[in-house]
Structure formats: structure tokens, C-alpha cells
Design a protein around this ligand. Structure first.
Ligand code: BES
Ligand code: MN
Ligand code: ZN
Length: 506
């Protein structure tokens, strides 16, 4: 049951609700805004409660006061934002994620959020409302598809209402809530696709998902099967697919929000629905996580859906080469040489470096659109986790302005990216003795040599960024609005990057 989000103008102290949620900074000296109004209406109960020292307003701290008829609402729920100078937009996203999960665990099925008088951390009220909506919806995410009895037991939060006092802010709050809803839904759908096991979420299932998305207005969907991909000459992609019985599907979505002649932004997402490593097989420990090796592809599909829902006035193409990577009797073997769609030959030294092979043909296919920009996103290298851990996406590319934009947008929305260098010297590591290029680059700089490999398939002059999400796509433990397991990280970044490109074109 999805949670509905409502927005209304009203006086928070007069709302009838199961719970009224108000956020407060740790270092607020006075009672201000909604807290002051609620304090007056409850004849000083908030002053007493806060004065007791029980609730300091530390980030993600939650404190609940039960009402006794002082106001229409049954409870006031305080949530902390931490110290004001340290607050970021992400603080309110986290606080809302925490508080909405608390509501669910207490079986409180609806709540009303007080919109603050001013945006948090110098942001607009629109951005703040968006982050609040995202925090709730992302925080409430659960994957119970294969646990129907557990799903029946949990009482979902059915409705969240955002209340703002001021008529003038209503349009901003509404716009923010709507955008937050679309963006959070996209990220949650990515999580769903990643959670589904590989026996269910096959390349064909992913293609069916793409077709469903395309039914929305303005989206064209083309699926190339093994035979069509062979005819086109996608030897790198098919080299990965040939060890698998499960049919590969090369998915293309075209969203047209601008006149036909406008050059599109092309998104390319890795969708290996299960990565065994192939003949260079992976160790058994934690191999099950490789069901999420299609995160990049899922992000591309859900981004297309989100920008169609947002009706963005741009053209965007989504390219998703989908396949398993299996060690079948026909599988590619180390030393095999593949001829890619671009015509370049690739010596496969390690069949577990399969992501770059399917992206090679995805990127070459992208060139047919003469793109305004190319963004690829992939769970590409374990090395990005070694370099950056799980708190930053690795970003590399051929265009500093675009890379800087990714970093700026990522910082603003709470999905940070960090640049690694892509100097020509790294290309030396992937020179082959027998082919144009080889698919691994030795011990040092694994994330960089992977990107250097990809750069072979991007024609000069097209702005390109590569996002390596192999360190961020899976969480070891739950965070305020990010669950354990598939995180969906990268979806909000790509969507917001497109929004940013629309609002300030390069
Ligand atoms: N899908 C993996 C990368 C990965 C590792 C994603 C851990 C998520 C978590 C990728 O296909 C892979 O196997 N990469 C190899 C490349 C190596 C053989 C050059 C790696 O990183 O070990
Ligand atoms: Mn692999
Ligand atoms: Zn992989």
C-alpha cells in the first residue's frame, strides 16, 4: 500500500492528527515557529518538555508527547536536526526518515508534518519540502515481496500531510512535495529491482519493466534480442551473454520532451542481472549480492520514468544492455578476442570484468544519437570501494564542467561523488599484445583503468561522465533513510543532474 502525500495550508496547532511532527535544532535558544504555536496551544507543555533536557534536538533524536485534549492532535512528535551551523538539506531528509520509521513501528498510520518557516541550511522551502517528502518515502521503504505474512503483519503509514501556515508558500511546498514523491518513487523502484533475485529479475523481466515504463506518454521502447544484437555487431555485449541460457535483452528507451532536432542526453546503465564472474568465477562468499549487478540499468530505467513524470523539456535516451554473466559451455574464456560494435577488438583477460564489455557496446550505440552528453552508471569495480568506501560514488570522464556539475549536484542532494583522475598514462595499462585493448589493467587503479577502457568507446568531442556505484549500491546496515541491502544510491543523483541541466544548461 503506497503512502499518500498531501499538502495543505493550516495552523499546525489546530490540526486533527494521530501525530504532529515538528523538527527542532539542537542549538535553538527560543521556542520559535511551529514549536512556539504548539507550546502556546498546549499551555506550555513543549517548554516544560524541552526544558527538562529530555529532548536536546540531536540529529535524528525522537521524542513523543501524548496530548490530553489540549489540542486536536493525539501526539506531538519532536525530531532533532542537530546543530544549526552543521545542518544540511540531508539533515531534514534523515530526520524525516527516522521519524516516519518510528511512526510505523508504533503503528501510527498517519501523521502531519509541520513545514518550517524557512528552508533548512539556506535552501528554499521547495527544496526543504522535497527533502522532507523524500526522507519519509525513502525511509519507509521495505521489501516484503517474498514475505507475504510479514507484509500482512506490518501496519503501513498510509498518509502523510505537509502543513504550511502561509498561503504564499503553498505552491512552493506543493511543488517540492510532488518532486520529492517522484524522485523517491524512482529510487524505491530501483531498490525493488535490485532486491528481486536473478531467477525472477532476468534480462527479459527487465525488458518487460522497460515496456511498462514506456507506456507513459512520449517514450519509445526498442528491445534488441540476441539475433538483432548479433546482426548489429555487438560482439562485446554478446561475448558476455554467450555463457548464459537466459536470453539477453538490449533495451533502448527514448523520451522526447523537446523538439526532435534537440540533441539528447544519453544514459547508459550496466544491467548484469547476475554476475557469477563467468569462467573467471567469483568466490561463493557473498556472491548472492551479484543479483544487484543491474543497479545501473535499473537507475536508467527509473530515471526515464521520473523525467517523463516530471515532464522535463529535454530529450533523453536510456540504453540498458541486460544479460547474465554465466560460465556456460559457450562462455567466453580468458584470452578470447571479441569484436565490439565500434569495430575495436578486445582481448578478454578476465571474464569477471564483464561490465565494461557490455558498456563498450552500450556507449558505441549511444554515439549514434550524437548526444549532447553521455552519462554511464555501473556497479563496475570492487576497486571503487577500496578507494572511496561506501560514502562516495566514483566519477570520471572527459569533461571537467560536467564532472564538476555531478559533484555539485551530488553534494546538494546527499549522494556525493568524488573524482578520480583519468590521465592518458592509465591507458597504457590496458594495451593488449594481440587486440586493440584488453579488459583488465593489472593491480593498480582498478576503477581508473576500467574508465580508461570505457573511454575507448566514447568518440572525441562528446561530453561524457562515468559513475562507478559499486561501493555505494549495497548497504551493510540501515541508515536513517537508506535500508540495509540495495540502497538505490545514484538514482536521485542522475535525476537531479538532469533537472540541473534543464535549469542551468551548459
Ligand atoms: N560487478 C563487479 C563489481 C562489483 C564488485 C560490484 C563488488 C559490486 C560489489 C564487476 O563485474 C567485477 O567483477 N569487477 C572486477 C573487475 C576485475 C576482474 C578487473 C572486480 O572489481 O574485481
Ligand atoms: Mn564481474
Ligand atoms: Zn559485474
Amino acid at each position: 500500500m503506497p503512502t499518500t502525500i498531501k499538502v495543505k495550508k493550516g495552523l499546525i496547532e489546530e490540526e486533527r492528527a494521530e501525530a504532529i511532527v515538528v523538527a527542532r535544532y539542537e542549538d535553538d535558544a527560543k521556542l520559535e515557529g511551529s514549536i512556539a504555536h504548539l507550546n502556546r496551544a498546549t499551555r506550555g507543555r513543549l517548554r516544560t518538555h524541552i526544558g527538562s533536557g529530555e529532548f536536546q534536538g540531536k540529529l535524528n533524536q525522537v521524542s513523543i508527547l501524548h496530548m490530553n485534549g489540549e489540542i486536536q492532535a493525539k501526539r506531538i512528535v519532536l525530531v532533532g536536526l542537530g546543530k544549526k551551523p552543521a545542518a544540511r538539506l540531508d539533515s531534514i531528509r534523515q530526520a524525516m526518515g527516522t521519524v516516519s520509521k518510528t511512526m510505523r513501528s508504533l503503528e501510527i498510520t498517519s501523521c502531519t508534518l509541520a513545514i518550517p518557516d524557512r528552508g533548512i541550511a539556506g535552501t528554499t522551502l521547495e527544496a526543504t519540502s522535497q527533502a522532507m517528502t523524500e526522507g519519509c518515502l525513502l525511509g519507509l521503504y521495505q521489501f516484503l515481496h517474498y514475505q507475504p505474512s510479514r507484509a500482512k503483519e506490518t501496519k503501513p503509514v498510509r498518509a502523510i500531510t505537509l502543513v504550511t501556515r502561509d498561503e504564499k508558500t503553498l505552491t512552493m511546498v506543493r511543488a517540492g512535495a510532488q518532486r520529492g514523491h517522484i524522485v523517491a518513487e524512482a529510487a524505491n523502484s530501483v531498490r525493488d529491482l535490485c532486491n528481486h533475485p536473478s531467477n525472477v529479475l532476468t534480462p527479459s523481466a527487465l525488458a518487460a519493466e522497460a515496456k511498462t515504463i514506456a507506456k507513459a506518454r512520449g517514450i519509445q521502447c526498442t528491445i534488441l534480442d540476441r539475433a538483432k544484437a548479433r546482426k548489429l555487431g555487438m560482439g562485446a555485449y554478446l561475448g558476455v551473454a554467450q555463457g548464459s541460457y537466459e536470453p539477453p535483452q538490449f533495451i533502448v528507451l527514448e523520451y522526447s520532451g523537446a523538439p526532435k532536432k534537440t540533441r539528447p542526453i544519453v544514459l547508459v546503465g550496466k544491467a548484469v542481472t547476475f554476475d557469477t564472474g563467468g569462467i573467471s568465477i567469483k568466490p561463493a562468499d557473498k556472491m548472492e549480492r551479484m543479483k544487484a549487478d543491474m543497479t545501473g540499468g535499473a537507475i536508467v530505467l527509473q530515471t526515464i520514468r521520473a523525467i517523463a513524470n516530471l515532464k522535463l523539456p529535454i530529450n533523453v535516451v536510456g540504453i540498458v544492455p541486460a544479460t547474465e554473466n554465466m560460465p556456460g559451455g559457450q562462455a567466453t574464456k580468458p584470452g578470447d578476442i571479441l569484436t565490439s560494435l565500434s569495430g575495436k577488438t578486445i582481448e578478454v583477460l578476465n571474464t569477471d570484468a564483464e561490465g565494461r564489455l557490455i558498456l563498450a557496446d552500450g556507449l558505441a550505440y549511444a554515439m549514434r544519437y550524437k548526444p549532447a552528453a553521455v552519462i554511464d552508471i555501473a556497479t563496475l569495480t570492487g576497486a571503487v570501494f577500496v578507494a572511496l568506501g561506501s560514502h562516495a560514488i566514483g566519477v570520471l570522464g572527459n569533461n571537467d564542467a560536467l564532472i564538476d556539475r555531478v559533484k555539485r549536484v551530488g553534494e546538494a542532494i546527499g549522494e556525493r561523488a568524488w573524482q578520480l583522475p583519468l590521465w592518458d598514462e592509465y591507458k597504457e595499462q590496458i594495451k593488449s599484445d594481440v587486440a586493440d585493448v584488453q579488459n583488465t589493467g593489472g593491480r593498480g587503479g582498478g576503477t581508473i583503468t576500467a574508465a580508461a577502457f570505457l573511454s575507448h568507446f566514447v568518440d572525441d568531442g562528446y561530453p561524457w561522465v562515468h559513475l562507478d556505484i559499486a561501493g555505494t549500491d549495497w548497504g551493510e546496515s540501515a541508515r536513517p533513510y537508506i535500508p540495509k541491502g540495495p540502497t538505490g544510491i545514484g538514482a536521485r543523483l542522475v535525476i537531479e543532474l538532469l533537472l540541473d541541466l534543464v535549469s542551468t544548461p551548459s
